[in-house]
Write a protein that binds this ligand. Structure first.
Ligand SMILES: [Ca+2]
Ligand SMILES: [Ca+2]
Length: 170
């Protein structure tokens, strides 16, 4: 009988900002293929998480969420940079900036995003209509038919903060 049937593996990784700063207070949930939560961790200042002894041959999913003040890191300078991007005066150099600027998850950066950001800065709104943080795993990394240890690359982006001034672990 092949021992691989009983193989167990570790699913781990680190949540970092695009500038490589580790992100704390991220809820990391490990789920099976039917989205039943199997285990969960909250990252500390090193951004690390690890789920050990997971059965091989199974499919897993992983979900990240981070709560926090929506206005953290968002200032009028961000608004100016978004405007310059939209006008084509100074387009964003990084795809992460586009994700940060798209504060309604419409997959485009438009004047509507500027409206939301301005309302937040002015205190008219306390939150965006979407979570303040977007956390994603590299799309090329699969947890299907787990057959070895997996070390995930995870990027956290603070919505509205296009120039990376957010206080990550406030
Ligand atoms: Ca948008
Ligand atoms: Ca900023």
């Amino acid at each position: 009988m092949p021992l691989t049937i009983f193989s167990q593996h570790t699913i781990s990784g680190q949540v970092v900002m695009p500038n490589a700063i580790a992100v704390c207070d991220v809820l990391v949930e490990l789920m099976d293929a039917s989205n039943l939560v199997l285990d969960q961790e909250i990252t500390q200042n090193d951004g690390l998480f690890s789920f050990e002894n997971q059965a091989g041959g199974q499919d897993y999913r992983i979900r990240f969420s981070k709560e926090g003040s929506a206005v953290n890191g968002v200032s009028t300078l961000d608004l100016v940079l978004v405007a310059q991007h939209i006008l084509g005066v100074r387009p964003f150099s990084s795809p992460h900036q586009i994700v940060a600027a798209d504060v309604n998850n419409s997959e485009t950066v438009s004047t509507l995003d500027m409206v939301f950001i301005r309302k937040l800065i002015l205190g008219v709104d306390q939150n965006f209509t979407i979570p303040a943080w977007g956390v994603t795993v590299d799309a090329n990394q699969s947890l299907t038919n787990l057959s070895s240890d997996v070390d995930l690359d995870v990027t956290a982006i603070k919505k509205g903060d296009v120039n990376g001034t957010v206080a990550v672990c406030e």
